[in-house]
Design a protein around this ligand. Structure first.
Ligand code: PGA
Length: 253
């Protein structure tokens, strides 16, 4: 199995100078941590300067979104090649804010995921149910559909290049994380789906991350869930001290 993965998703926070300061602090604080792969995901406008800071360190750079075409008349969009040139290695795909605020569908997410794989970027595919879907007992159905559509057309071996993030929508930015029991059930279900789609061995290689109100205080508990192979951190990744603690706690457990 690959090392665990901890991703900081900065969302639409930080000017270039703020992002640079944060990246510097994180780099300094994580000098000794090797057991966990750490990824920083600044806004597009800060990718270039943050890319320079992570170069030569154990940190990796990621983008928060991507367009599936290589170039063309797509006002406001960013191509895979543009991201690669800036040093990105990962891209977050299908984050719930993209799905629910900007109307991204499973189909557009599938195109983005395919574009990542074509261009050598590692997609971090986010899936997760809303509170209403959970209450109505639709969690498995929703996530199964999200996985099936997004991964349609992905060849068997390519699953090793994909990271999956389970992010229950009701846990994002709410201060209310899912319980270890809820997480372990969903992660086990995702793993079973992947095995069905891609075979036991390749599917065993995909990392399944948890995201939603991760903080230093709950990291130990979340990291102890057997099926959690990493974390996707939003709000707490904006404070270098908290993010460094999260990585440190995860690498100890
Ligand atoms: P949060 O966000 O940690 O602020 O809940 C997680 C995410 O949106 O990836």
């Amino acid at each position: 199995m690959k090392p665990p993965l901890v991703v900081g998703n900065w969302k639409m926070h930080g000017t270039q100078s703020q992002a640079v300061a944060l990246a510097r602090d994180v780099r300094r604080g994580l000098r000794r941590s090797r057991k966990v792969q750490v990824v920083l995901t600044p806004p597009f406008t800060a990718l270039a300067p943050v890319g320079k800071i992570v170069r030569g360190s154990s940190l990796c750079l990621a983008a928060q979104n991507i367009h599936w075409e290589e170039q063309g008349a797509f006002t406001g969009e960013i191509s895979p090649e543009m991201l690669r040139e800036l040093g990105c290695r990962f891209v977050i795909i299908g984050h719930s804010e993209r799905r629910h605020i900007f109307g991204e569908t499973d189909k557009t997410i599938a195109r983005k995921l395919a574009a990542c794989l074509r261009s050598g970027l590692r997609p971090i595919l986010c899936v997760g149910e809303t509170l209403e879907e959970r209450i109505k007992g639709k969690t498995t159905r929703v996530i199964t559909r999200q996985l099936r559509v997004a991964l349609k057309g992905v060849v068997k071996g390519a699953i090793e290049k994909i990271e999956i993030a389970y992010e229950p929508v009701w846990a994002i930015g709410t201060g209310r994380n899912a319980t270890p029991g809820q997480i372990s059930r969903v992660h086990a279900m995702i793993r079973r789906r992947l095995k069905k789609l891609f075979g036991t061995r390749p599917a065993g290689q995909a990392r399944i991350l948890y995201g939603g109100s991760v903080r230093p205080e709950n990291t130990g508990e979340l990291a102890s869930v057997k099926e959690v192979n990493g974390l996707l951190v939003g709000g707490a990744s904006l404070k270098a001290k908290d993010f460094i603690s999260i990585v440190a706690i995860f690498s100890r457990s």
